[in-house]
Design a protein around this ligand. Structure first.
Ligand SMILES: Nc1nc2c(ncn2[C@@H]2O[C@H](COP(=O)(O)OP(=O)(O)OP(=O)(O)O)[C@@H](O)[C@H]2O)c(=O)[nH]1
Ligand SMILES: [Mg+2]
Length: 441
């Protein structure tokens, strides 16, 4: 049975979307609009849809042979140029479907790669996406020959397909190693820059794509990161300093959004960009509260953080975004509710960041015989100094939390002339310093 929806678009690429529900999947059990947003972000317009439920994918066509013929009829009737499947296909399945339908066939990974290629602006992102596309294309090169020579420009043809139509495997491999070298050079430069900032407490904003991560960075830091109502607007890491209520600074980073089944080739190629999540001391997990799929988004973010190698022990703060679009009576049992565009909940969030940071630090008080500016600078660099008390006898007491472990601070203090003693505290100092000091005696 045909379930094609006739469309009228004539300016964009005309797309037939084929949804295949495999195994336990069923219509309505997932974010059905997501594929449409992805196709639009890649410059296409869905003019027809059709679906099939299957126990398992057909090895030749992914859909059944009869369905492939039906797809061909819909494509002819709807003047379709491109067929998009919501799954990943083998190169052979793509070739056979293209031969049967006479249309270009794009799978889910190729679609997401096409969006990335279209959005990449920085040199790093352009190199990383070209690498991801080439790695994906390499086993498919013979198919791509057929694919591009017959069908011309459109979704999925930007990047290596467009510029190197006559590529062979040997040339693709040499281009891949050239790109890998360039990306390694960039990674080295970033590592040097990161080591300069390594003393700061690092907070990474992670979350599902389009959840409002860049809007949050801009609202908190007054920055101008690109915001757009489409998937994968952000392809680079942007880092800004954020001042907390105690006037200390943390480094806040925004990065690429996640999606269900984020293609492996992107995870591998965007390794450097995703480092900001891996190296974070605290993760802000941003989930769109107004999405009916928020629980699923949260699960996807958890799985993706595992996949990219983020340590499960790094503290995570759940941030529900876009609460202005939800009912005001809704209770948020876990996490902090915000609306970045209405600056709602941001004070609570900043206090939450400070509290999470403070619970992560190793706290101590230290007494210096006299005010040693070298030691004081070291303490301010490596610690969050909460209180300083200069006493009448010339000595100074500080209460501080060590950012990267107390031992490295203690090692620096030991044996210096000004150092008298330190006391490790169970948590952030609550009492005034004199009281702390009195109880020490
Ligand atoms: N109503 C409402 N819309 C918001 C809010 N925050 C962000 N948005 C909108 O959500 C869309 C996506 O915002 P972005 O900040 O670009 O989302 P992102 O998570 O950075 O997305 P990617 O970088 O593409 O992964 C934009 O249209 C924003 O205007 C909010 O608090 N309320
Ligand atoms: Mg963004």
């Amino acid at each position: 049975m045909k379930d094609a929806i006739p469309g009228t678009a004539d300016t964009l690429e005309q797309v037939l979307l084929v949804r295949v529900y495999v195994g336990g999947e069923s219509p309505g059990s997932g974010p059905d609009n997501e594929m449409i947003s992805l196709i639009e972000a890649a410059g296409g317009e869905v003019v027809c849809e059709t679906s099939q439920k299957r126990r398992s994918p057909d090895p030749s066509f992914f859909v059944g042979k009869g369905k492939a013929e039906e797809i061909c009829e819909i494509a002819v009737a709807g003047d379709i140029t491109t067929i998009v499947l919501d799954h990943n296909l083998t190169p052979g399945q793509v070739t056979r479907l293209e031969e049967t339908t006479g249309c270009k066939v794009i799978d889910r990974t190729e679609l997401i790669l096409a969006i990335f290629a279209g959005q990449a602006r920085s040199r790093e992102a352009i190199l990383q996406i070209e690498l991801a596309q080439l790695r994906y294309a390499l086993p498919r090169l013979s198919g791509m020959w057929h694919h591009f020579s017959r069908l011309g420009a459109g979704i999925g043809t930007r990047g290596p397909g467009e510029t190197q139509l006559e590529i062979d495997r040997r040339r693709a491999r040499s281009r891949i190693s050239l790109l890998e070298n360039r990306i390694t050079e960039i990674e080295d430069r970033w590592r040097v820059a990161a080591s300069r900032r390594s003393e700061m407490f690092r907070v990474a904003i992670v979350g599902y794509t389009n959840a409002g991560k860049s809007t949050l960075l801009n609202a908190l830091c007054g920055s101008d990161a690109l915001i757009a109502d489409r998937p994968f607007a952000t392809l680079d890491t942007t880092s800004r300093r954020l001042e907390l209520p105690d006037r200390s600074l943390v480094l806040l980073s925004d990065t690429v959004g996640f999606i269900e089944r984020l293609p492996e080739t992107l995870v591998a190629s965007f390794h450097t960009t995703l480092n900001s999540a891996r190296e974070a001391d605290l993760l802000l997990v941003v989930i769109d509260r107004s999405s009916p799929y928020r629980a699923r988004h949260l699960e996807t973010v958890r799985l993706t953080l595992d996949r990219i190698g983020v340590d499960r022990n790094v503290p995570r703060l759940l941030v529900w975004s876009k609460t202005d679009l939800t009912s005001s009576t809704e209770r948020m049992s876990n996490g902090i509710g915000i609306s970045a565009i209405h600056a709602f909940g941001l004070d609570e969030l900043v206090c939450g960041i400070e509290a999470s940071r403070d619970s992560f630090l190793e706290w101590f008080t230290v007494t210096l015989k006299y005010h040693d500016s070298g030691l004081m600078n070291m303490l301010f660099d490596r610690c969050i100094v909460k209180q300083v008390l200069d006493r009448a006898d010339g000595s100074t007491i500080l209460a501080a939390g060590a950012l990267r472990g107390f031992q490295s601070v203690a090692d620096r203090l030991q044996g210096t002339m000004a150092f008298t003693s330190y006391t490790v505290l169970p948590g952030p100092p609550e009492a005034g310093l004199e009281q702390v000091n009195e109880s020490d005696r």
